[in-house]
Write a protein that binds this ligand. Structure first.
Ligand code: HEC
Length: 179
């Protein structure tokens, strides 16, 4: 009996080792996947800014991203993903009014880089570009931050104004609500 047990022990140990090895592979695969996701996320977040060297282009992208953040705050409140605070909503509306006002100034110089998505037509149809910026500003002013219902009524026109300019003057297709 003891003899048999001794014979079995190494066998069991080997099985255990094999199981451990398997687990280790799973762990490494898991970590690798997380690492990959993080890498992809940071690449996505840096897209646009990290690879653009021109300071004027960087400034206009920062202006756009700030608008996007403000719009996201409001649309999250509208959809109930975020608590509605009149003060926060008011501040976001202000950012949208201010930033849309600055669009023509930020695009006044014709600047193009391979990683910029600005279409050259901006500068050949400047009048139309400016008109769209003004329309966006009007839509920003019309945002009703008095209540969630107010947002529901007024935010679609804002999103539409962002979209409309991007469709004509931004090279990439609209990926999310603001792109
Ligand atoms: C009058 C035209 C116009 C309007 C209005 C406009 N955009 Fe843009 N937007 C552009 C152009 C052109 C680009 C591309 C700039 C570039 O890549 O150099 C852009 C780029 C962006 C980007 C990408 C920034 C990056 O880092 O690549 C975001 C985000 C964005 N816009 C958000 C918005 C939001 C939100 C609104 C509405 C509140 C809006 N835009 C309204 C013209 C406009």
């Amino acid at each position: 009996m003891i003899y048999w047990l001794n014979l079995l022990r190494p066998l069991k140990r080997r099985k255990y080792a094999a199981r451990l090895g398997h687990r280790r592979i799973q762990l490494f695969a898991g970590l690798g996947l997380v690492g990959l996701c993080l890498g992809m996320l940071s690449a996505d977040l840096n897209a646009g800014s990290a690879i653009i060297t021109d300071k004027d282009i960087r400034a206009r992208l920062a202006l756009m991203r700030e608008q996007k953040a403000a719009l996201l705050t409001l649309s999250d409140m509208m959809a109930g993903r975020r608590t509605f605070y009149p003060k926060t909503a008011k501040a976001a509306r202000r950012v949208l009014i201010e930033n849309t006002r600055k669009i023509p100034r930020h695009f006044a110089k014709q600047r193009i880089e391979p990683n910029s998505h600005a279409q050259p037509e901006i500068w050949t149809r400047w009048q139309d570009f400016e008109t769209r910026a003004q329309a966006a500003r009007q839509a920003a002013k019309q945002i009703n931050v008095g209540s969630v219902n107010g947002l529901r009524r007024s935010l679609p026109a804002m999103v539409q104004a962002c979209h409309s300019c991007h469709q004509t003057y931004r090279a990439t297709p609209n990926r999310a609500i603001t792109h």
